[in-house]
Design a protein around this ligand. Sequence first.
Ligand code: GLU
Length: 468
Amino acid sequence: MKSVRTRFAPSPTGFLHIGGARTALFSWAFARHHGGAFILRIEDTDVARSTPEAVQAILDGMAWLGLTPDEGPFYQMQRTDRYKEVIRQMLAAGTAYPCYTSKEELEALRAEQEARHEKPRYDGRWRPEAGKTLPPIPADVPPVVRFKNPRDGVVAWDDQVKGRIEFANAELDDLIIARADGTPTYNFCVVVDDWDMGISHVIRGDDHVNNTPRQINILRALGADIPTYAHLSMILGDDGTKLSKRHGAVSVMQYDADGFLPEAVINYLARLGWSHGDDEVFSREQLAAWFNLDHITPSAAQFNTEKLLWLNQHYMKALPPADLAARVGARLAARGVVTADGPDLVKATALYVDRCPTLKALADALQGFYTGIEAAPELLAQHLSADALPALADFVAGLADVAWEAPAIAALIKATLARHGLKMPRLAMPLRIILTGRAEAPSVDALLAMMGREKVIEKVSAALGKHL
Ligand code: GLU
């Protein structure tokens, strides 16, 4: 195989969304697998819709995912001279021609075709052919340039995802490659870029399948090698409909804001339409080692938020504890929460990670330990039953000199319960509510150990003071 060169070619008209990120990931992984190059190309020729903010959002999203291009970013707007040069060459070679059909003529043509129930298409009136006399060139119509698409036969390719795809050339009319003001059009820029950049494999969304036959024909006319194409099926939302803004977090950076780890998102995206046996959890390096185009499914992939959450929690738990604490600490700091005076963050995150599938959820769960928690009085009244009060008071007294670690605290709880003839929840529930404000919390002994002796005695005594 000649050297593998792939590209990701987003149009900067919005943020980097999940579908685009998957396309980028597959292109990246394929290049990595073959020791090739992954190129980033910003397709910004649609000046009305492209924005510098969107360019930045794409670059940020790719950087967050760790999808570093080997070459680029290249910007199409900076390559206009090159496109114009190729257009001139094609005009000279006769593979493209000027077309002077006016807007009014095109509209009339369209109306006639529609009246005959035909598909509206350019009729080739300015297309030069042997023995054909072209109309006189009008003085006041600046021409567009059209590609001289083959009239007969088919254009076909073996799509690496969808199998063989064929289009009849008769279905393709002569595409405008330069507008009347000389600016090149979208499909043409893609072709010149794929050619100049030596792209060997075009991996992109299947919304581009209809562009491919035109692009192949132009590449052929240029004498360029035809890349291998792989068109990825779309991604459906959790509900089985096409993924869209309605589904919430579709921007990659929104996943960052929502507390997902890039490692988890990469792993998750890799499995959206590609598989390696039954493997669900694998690293970026394993993905690069395993990735191929043979195991991309031609059917649509369905998003599964539960699975992403599960993976994210898996990656959070796999982080070195200090790293997890640092990431959660950064989130709390960004909220203006000072963590220096509260429980040790490494212990706190380790204790809560089992119940929090995202960094955000973990920060939410821990925030109160640093900003102060006041349990709702109704909740306290509900769980702090009269028979539990003496036991709780007894327990607090014992806390003053128990060894401050979970097993010793657990032993003290047990002994207190036995002395008062109570069952675990009578002590555990009020403690959870006093200390965390909620009924759901990790095991009390571990919770107390994490919070620290002083804080626990202070809070429980205060609650007892109100209720005794
Ligand atoms: N710029 C196109 C898009 O964002 C992709 C073009 C291509 O991959 O050929 O959909």
